[in-house]
Ligand binder design. Structure first.
Ligand SMILES: Cc1cc2nc3c(=O)[nH]c(=O)nc-3n(C[C@H](O)[C@H](O)[C@H](O)COP(=O)(O)OP(=O)(O)OC[C@H]3O[C@@H](n4cnc5c(N)ncnc54)[C@H](O)[C@@H]3O)c2cc1C
Length: 462
């Protein structure tokens, strides 16, 4: 057998499973079709860590609740930015007041700790800048925000350092049952293995009997506002109007604000702006750093173990709280695997992420020390975000290092400033080319064929 376990898909779930299984004496590989892991994790730098009370599906709510409780210890251990900042689910009219009462009742029945109903005055005490009509709200101190991409990277990097073989740019084409285990066919190889964990949503292979379609799909349109926008909130705020539209306001880990509009169909930039202008008062468009529209799912996540006797587990479904559930799903899948395969805990497992310098957060004294050791930390590449050449090189050279401009952006924060990369984009392409021994024309933004430079203007013969 080539491997004991093959994990298909390097999203946040695949990386979490790889991390949990890398604690055991197993020969593991993870296969991901893209250039980088966790490429699909929502790009914006904060995800809400829900506590289960907002969720009307009891199973999903429990997975959220268990995941939520794991976040303090996990984020501390993996050095992932996480902030427990609380949430308010606000009722603006009598219909939504009824819903707020239901959410509170459901939360109590589920066993969510310390949630309470607040009246209008108590809400304004917590959020003096809230420009909404408020009747009442459910308050939860448990809700948090995390950098989801960083969490996925941390899982992946530790798994990599503990021996998991990450096979990037390799697409799984089929999974076949063989006498003892499986044959996994990719566009590059054929592997045999004892067990398969399939986390590639929507993919159906010979072994699968059901076609999965995503039914509960809505749309999220969101603005990422600059830190110095005039809005200032302490909690994540949700409205639950009876109409098809809901609004959420999320103060992110680094201190920006996300304004998100949840609608049935994509509504575009202008309509999103109009909605928020009428809702919160005039937004200064110069303070909008980015606008995204993304499909938003509310399926039930199923950990399908119906073929576990044969050695196959499939994680099916897409859900808006999947980042929250990831620590619990990772552990559950791992427990099922280790109870079905002969393995032991490794004695030499290193539960630590390799550290990198974050120039922005260092004191001037530490910066000078660092520059004395390596001058590349004295060369600022992204002027808006103060990201140095040294950090970009670290992002390329660290375990599972960046191979795309998007990978650099997400690992370092470069290009996310006011100029949106106008100043540093080309410099990043050059550094990537130099460090990976490729021509600038070969460097891609993100996916295959997303090359940034088409060709040189002039070619000279030597
Ligand atoms: C707009 C938006 C906002 C969200 N906000 C939140 C939030 O606030 N809180 C929260 O908890 N969650 C949130 N989520 C949910 C969460 O980000 C996603 O559900 C989660 O990232 C999905 O992870 P995954 O690993 O299951 O799937 P994916 O990230 O889709 O990973 C699957 C991987 O498999 C790879 N793959 C697919 N097919 C193949 C193949 N044939 N061969 C090899 N590889 C393959 C893909 O390239 C991908 O990398 C949000 C999601 C969205 C879209």
């Amino acid at each position: 057998m080539d491997y004991d376990v093959l994990i298909l898909g390097g999203g946040i779930i695949g990386c979490a499973v790889a991390y949990e299984l890398s604690k055991y004496s197993l020969n593991i590989a993870l296969i991901e079709k893209d250039y980088d892991i966790a490429d699909d994790v929502a790009l914006i730098n904060s995800a809400v860590v829900y506590d289960g009370s907002e969720c009307d599906d009891t199973l999903m709510a429990k997975l959220e609740m268990i995941g939520n409780e794991m976040f303090d210890e996990l984020s501390e251990r993996l050095k992932v930015p996480f902030k427990r900042q609380g949430s308010l689910i606000v009722a603006e009219d009598e219909v939504s007041e009824e819903k707020v009462n239901e959410i509170y009742k459901r939360g109590i029945e589920l066993g969510v700790k310390n949630i309470r109903i607040l009246d209008k005055n108590q809400v304004y005490e917590l959020e003096p800048n809230l420009n909404l009509k408020v009747l009442k709200a459910v308050y939860s101190p448990n809700t948090g925000v995390v950098c989801p991409y960083d969490l996925a990277l941390a899982y992946g990097e530790i798994a990599f350092d503990n021996g998991v073989n990450f096979r990037l740019e390799e697409e799984v084409l089929d999974i076949q049952k063989i006498t003892k285990g499986f044959r996994v066919i990719t566009n590059k190889n054929k592997f045999t293995c004892k067990m398969v964990i399939n986390t590639t949503p929507g993919q159906n292979y010979s072994i699968d009997s059901t076609e999965k379609s995503y039914k509960d799909k809505r749309n999220l349109s969101f603005f990422l506002l600059e830190k110095d926008c005039r809005f200032n909130y302490n909690n994540t705020i949700f409205t639950i109007k009876d109409s098809a539209e809901n609004v959420r306001i999320i103060p992110t880990v680094p201190g920006n604000i996300i304004l998100a509009l949840n609608t049935e169909e994509p509504v575009g930039y202008e309509n999103t702006l109009k909605e928020f202008n009428s809702f919160l008062g005039q937004i200064d468009e110069n303070k909008i750093n980015a606008f995204y529209q993304w499909p938003y799912y509310k399926d039930t996540i199923i950990i399908d173990e119906s073929l576990i006797d044969k050695g196959y587990i499939k994680v099916i479904g897409k859900h808006y709280g999947q980042v929250t559930m990831t620590p619990s799903i990772g552990k559950m899948v791992c427990e099922t695997i280790i109870s079905n395969i002969n393995c032991k805990l490794k004695k030499d497992f290193i539960d630590k992420r390799r550290e990198v310098y974050n120039f922005r957060e260092l004191s001037n004294e530490d910066r000078n020390q660092l520059i004395k050791v390596n001058k590349k930390y004295g060369n600022i590449i992204c002027v808006c975000q103060n990201i140095t050449e040294g950090e970009i090189i670290d992002a390329i050279r660290r375990p599972l290092g960046a191979r795309t401009v998007e990978g650099i952006k997400r690992r370092t924060g470069a290009t996310f400033g006011n100029c949106k990369g106008a100043h540093c984009f080309n410099k990043i392409v050059s550094i990537l080319g130099r460090e990976t021994n490729k021509r600038p024309t070969e460097i891609v933004n993100d996916l295959r064929n997303s090359n940034i430079l088409k060709s040189r203007i002039k070619e000279f013969q030597k």
